[in-house]
Design a protein around this ligand. Structure first.
Ligand code: AMP
Length: 439
């Protein structure tokens, strides 16, 4: 593992690594450091998905308000490096603030600009106001522009294929997804589930500010969310009723100063009246001067289950049986790859011409229509159920399946099937829930 503190050295190292593994992918985990098991879960997922894993450790001054804990924020680089090394990280990037922000903006390395809006001489990335003027954004003006400005820089410096964020900071995750989509960044944003203590308390670097008694009191946050979930699981979809249940649980702990209890759309963060597809139930509260957040996603839809593992592990059999047992659609992702191969061959596009294939695949529509015993496969409304099983298609399908643009387009379509009715499928990429198999 190597540690870099300058942009030039990091870029230089990544250029060498990428030259050594031209097809290798880079996974990136941005952090403020003081790494705990929550961070490590992101790193482990990045390791599973990529050839090279980069972690940044940077206490970003721009995301702290003037009254916030920038100066006290725990800086534990040595311990962080040890944890990164043990988890198999390849590169740690830990620049001093002036490296990313310029010394003219910071009179001393620990000075805090009051907010990004006070940086008139620098370009900033400002997320849509509709996503920042609520939830944590109301109490922390300037926080999210501070996050996006630095994450944008880090993405430009590292240029990863995938970047990993915790669901713990659900608002941050939604805003970064929006930024990446709006600015057409060629990076996949991967969300990782919240890691909790057995008591339910979400792991957070700020938990160290809590006394043992306060820690116990803080457990009410998750308890309140579970209460909301119970109401939802009873079939109550009204935001008012669910939030009321959360409030009543929180009010049992008088020392908690609740900042908000909100139910919003997980993607747009707009408040919702009733949960149709999914709702993000989020809380923030102070215990003493420590501000804690937590959330849970309530899904009013059937799940996407993905079975992952090496060839020959029995994925297809398990996938089929599971779909029967659960009454979910069996999504034959292989048939989709075959369908685009068929289309490319019909269109007489050279199969190695990745840009031309990307153009073709991003404009095609594949429909999988369950019949009694089979799955009818349509591409651009043409029935290709039989055509895709030809030896010519079989011989060429792996060429297309290896192309990132093809995978990206098909995963998007696969997820949209899942959103409609719930599916079971093979492949790690598509799943909300991924079940690994071994040989
Ligand atoms: P931070 O260092 O607080 O900026 O966190 C770095 C990344 O770790 C962010 O994407 C967080 O959402 C994620 N993270 C922090 N705590 C947890 C947790 N308990 N479970 C999962 N991810 C987390």
């Amino acid at each position: 593992m190597r540690l870099f503190t300058t942009i030039t050295a990091l870029r230089c190292d990544l250029t060498v690594r990428k030259a050594q593994r031209p097809d290798g992918t880079v996974g990136f985990v941005p952090t403020l450091g003081n790494l705990h098991l929550g961070h490590l879960s992101l790193i482990r997922r990045a390791k599973l998905d990529n050839d090279i894993v980069v972690v940044s450790v940077f206490v970003n001054p721009l995301q702290f308000g003037p009254q916030e804990d920038f100066k006290q924020y725990p800086r534990t680089l040595e311990q962080d490096l040890k944890r990164c090394e043990e988890t198999g990280v390849d590169v740690v990037f830990s620049p001093a603030p002036e490296i990313l922000l310029g010394s003219s903006l910071l009179s001393s390395p620990t000075a805090t600009p009051t907010s990004t809006l006070d940086l008139p001489t620098r370009t900033q990335v400002i997320p849509p106001q509709s996503m920042t003027d609520r939830l944590c954004g109301s109490a922390r003006p300037g926080h999210f522009p501070g996050v996006t400005t630095i994450v944008a820089k880090l993405l430009n410096i590292v240029r990863p294929n995938r970047v990993y964020f915790g669901q713990k900071d659900a608002q941050q995750l939604a805003i970064i997804r929006r930024m990446v989509a709006d600015l057409d960044w060629p990076v996949e944003v991967i969300a990782c589930p919240i890691v909790r203590e057995t008591s339910g308390l979400a792991l957070s670097s700020r938990n160290r500010y809590l006394s043992p008694e306060q820690r116990q009191q803080a457990e009410a946050l998750y308890r309140s969310l579970v209460r909301g979930e119970q109401i939802f699981n009873q079939g109550i979809l009204s935001a008012a009723a669910i939030k009321q249940a959360v409030w009543s649980e929180l009010s049992n702990v008088s020392v908690l100063k609740v900042d908000y209890v909100e139910l919003v759309d997980p993607e747009t963060l707009k408040p919702i009246q009733n949960i149709e597809e999914a709702g993000l139930l989020a809380v923030a509260a102070y215990i003493g001067s420590t501000r804690l957040i937590d959330n849970i996603v309530l899904r009013n839809r059937r799940p996407i289950l993905a079975i992952d593992g090496p060839a020959g592990a029995g994925k297809s059999t398990v996938t089929r049986r599971l779909s029967e047992a659960l009454g979910l659609m069996y999504l034959d992702t292989g048939a989709m790859y075959r369908a685009v191969t068929w289309l490319a061959m019909q269109s007489q596009v050279a199969l190695q011409d990745e840009p031309a294939i990307a153009e073709l695949v991003h404009q095609c529509q594949i429909d999988l229509v369950p019949q009694q015993d089979t799955l009818q496969v349509l591409i651009n409304q043409q029935d290709v159920t039989e055509g895709i099983r030809s030896p010519e298609v079989t011989a060429n399908v792996s060429t297309l399946a290896a192309q990132p643009a093809v995978r990206q387009a098909l995963v998007k379509q696969q997820q949209s099937y899942g959103r409609k009715g719930g599916i079971v499928a093979e492949g790690r990429d598509i799943g909300t829930y991924v079940f690994p198999m071994r040989n």
